[in-house]
Ligand binder design. Structure first.
Ligand SMILES: NC(=O)c1ccc[n+]([C@@H]2O[C@H](COP(=O)([O-])OP(=O)(O)OC[C@H]3O[C@@H](n4cnc5c(N)ncnc54)[C@H](OP(=O)(O)O)[C@@H]3O)[C@@H](O)[C@H]2O)c1
Length: 334
């Protein structure tokens, strides 16, 4: 049987999604974005990746977040996205906000990682080829490189925008001091930093504690949270053991050592509080990030459509009473 040609839902912008302005910019992003770190590589069935991408666009999730080495294997998530572009999304390119990054290990030798001009420029060219794109909406420096002059990395970002290969630039995982220098450098060259991408969830408050969230606001940049579900820990996935098809079972990025008895107990209690709010644990975890107006969007990963469906419902209730917030904090302090 021939697959029908994909046509996005006509009600994709009326399915409950909301958009938030990204710092002081013309861009609004969906409160929930889709990340392709896992689950879109060449080890995953293409059909599953297609269905998740279609479900996203059908529900107004127009922001897709990638990086050069997402997979596994490296590059294969971008290749899968390239197939999706060619097969289905090309007519809707102007409705999409696509980001990619370079910074971590991608190819062997001295030019395959970190922050040199040579690496960043070559990596973006490769990403565009893999994704079947002429340009990305946003290109990130994926991590701060302590050994390359920061001016070199930032000037490469500026020149990438000038070349038309990216419309905006962003920073990810930068310490506050390097971020402060970067915001100024980029602003002075009329290429302001659009977004800072950092890990932020109930279990990791670093962006609050290190002042990164406040720094983004002061500099007119948006903040986008990655791993808002702590890679699946903040969901019902591990409440009754470790499922064979879960990320934790792979023991790569999410290790079973994270699921200590104390952690499990906290998750069970958080799950109870979520139920009182008539939410799943995943929904409560996402709502918790989004209660802060400085957070432009949360980038979720998903291994199946039903998870995306569950996650989108977080937007029905992003309000927390002071009492709920205190209860969450005391559960996690134990
Ligand atoms: N800038 C950076 O350095 C950086 C680093 C990491 C990630 N990111 C970005 O952030 C994105 C998200 O990261 P992440 O994948 O770690 O995010 P996450 O949303 O914290 O975790 C995703 C995992 O949680 C589980 N899950 C999701 N929704 C669920 C639900 N409703 N119920 C039960 N389980 C659910 C799934 O696990 P199973 O697979 O086990 O089903 C899924 O793979 C990445 O794709 C990437 O774009 C950026």
């Amino acid at each position: 049987m021939i697959n029908p040609v994909y046509s996005p839902s006509p009600s994709r912008y009326e399915n409950g999604i909301r958009y938030r302005r990204c710092g002081r910019s013309g861009i609004r992003l969906p409160e929930i974005s889709l990340g392709l770190w896992h689950n879109f590589g060449d080890k995953m069935p293409l059909e599953n990746s297609l269905q998740m991408a279609y479900y996203a666009l059908d529900h107004g999730i127009v922001h897709f977040d990638l990086a050069n080495n997402y997979g596994p294997s490296y590059g294969s998530a971008e290749e899968t996205f390239g197939v999706i572009m060619k097969k289905s999304f090309a007519p809707f390119r102007d409705e999409l906000f696509i980001s990619t990054k370079a910074g971590y290990d991608m190819w062997p030798g001295p030019y395959g990682e970190w922050g040199s001009r040579k690496y960043l420029m070559a990596s973006l060219d490769q990403s565009l080829r893999r994704m079947n794109l002429d340009y990305v909406d946003l290109f990130y420096s994926h991590r701060f490189d302590p050994e390359t002059p920061l001016e070199e990395t930032l000037q490469a970002l500026v020149d990438i925008v000038r070349s038309g290969k990216a419309l905006y630039v962003g920073l990810s995982n930068y310490p506050p001091e390097a971020a402060a220098f970067s915001y100024n450098y980029l602003r002075e060259r009329d290429v302001p930093c659009l977004l800072y991408q950092g890990r932020y969830n109930l279990l990791n408050r670093e962006p609050e504690q290190k002042g990164i969230l406040e720094q983004t606001r002061e500099n007119g940049s948006g903040f986008i949270a990655f791993s808002p579900l702590a890679q699946g820990l903040l969901t019902n996935r591990y409440l009754d053991g470790i499922p064979a098809d879960s990320r934790m079972a792979q023991e790569r990025f999410l290790k079973s050592s994270a699921l200590t008895p104390a952690m499990l107990q906290a998750l069970v209690q958080l799950n109870g509080l979520a139920a009182e709010r008539e939410q799943s644990l995943a929904q409560m975890a996402l709502s918790w990030c989004l209660k802060d107006e400085r957070v432009t969007s949360v980038i979720v990963g998903a291994s199946r459509v039903s998870q995306l469906e569950d996650n989108l419902k977080a937007l029905d209730n992003t309000y927390f009473s002071q009492e709920e917030l205190s209860r969450i904090d005391s559960i996690l302090a134990r």
